[in-house]
Design a protein around this ligand. Structure first.
Ligand SMILES: [Mg+2]
Length: 220
């Protein structure tokens, strides 16, 4: 039986740089009539909803459903605007790696703090969105552990089976902790927010600098 392979997005599939969060930041700025809404806010490895809560608290604005809906509309507008740009680029050889797995019919899913809509725009830009049957997204929980639980639950439902082996591929130490939480083997990639040394401290099962280092035999 093929294992379930879960992917983080930012810093793993998508190259993370200063522009990664711009659509989100511009939407926040417009929503609250502020500038640099993400300044001093660490967005790495956090859910988009959790980040929003911190920003609202900072500006003494109460969270309401209506406010969230308003943000959502602004965010979609920004995602559309960024779509033709090159803000979302493949991290290393992520596209060919994911495509190869999809061709071999591996069950693939996402674990990300990104809202589903953001994940969709970004991965469609890379041409690999259709390879991920399901996932856990920013709206599925404030904390990544909840998001991970959702991803596994949705994958079991979507593929209509249990998984005796799960892999999680991610760029942060939190991804390693999440993998342990869901009983997955973790492949850490050194292209994101954490250094090789930081990742190594948590003893991931595998540590790579690029997807080309992974043999398909690993998933057999
Ligand atoms: Mg990441």
């Amino acid at each position: 039986m093929k294992p379930l392979i879960l992917f983080d997005i930012n810093g793993t599939l998508i190259k993370r740089d200063s522009r990664t969060d711009l659509p989100y930041e511009y939407a926040v700025n417009e929503l609250l009539s502020i500038e640099n809404g993400l300044q001093g806010v660490n967005t790495s490895a956090r859910s988009d909803v959790d980040v929003m809560m911190e920003i609202l608290q900072k500006h003494n604005v109460e969270y309401t459903e209506a406010l969230w809906e308003q943000f959502f509309k602004l965010y979609i507008k920004q995602l559309k605007e960024f779509k033709p740009s090159d803000a979302w680029r493949e991290n290393g050889t992520a596209v060919s790696f994911v495509t190869k797995l999809a061709e071999k019919n591996y069950p693939l899913a996402l674990i990300t703090g990104e809202l589903g809509i953001g994940a969709e725009y970004k991965l469609k830009k890379l041409g690999i969105w259709q390879h991920f049957a399901t996932g856990g997204f920013g709206e599925d929980g404030l904390r990544r552990f909840e998001i991970a639980d959702t991803a596994v639950k949705c994958a079991k439902e979507r593929f209509n089976r249990e998984f005796d082996k799960i892999f999680l591929i991610g760029d942060t130490v939190l991804d390693i902790k999440i993998a342990r939480h869901i009983g997955a083997s973790v492949i850490s990639i050194t292209t994101g927010s954490n250094t090789r040394e930081e990742l190594q401290e948590l003893s991931p099962d595998y540590i790579i600098d690029d997807f080309t280092e992974l043999s398909m035999d690993l998933f057999e």
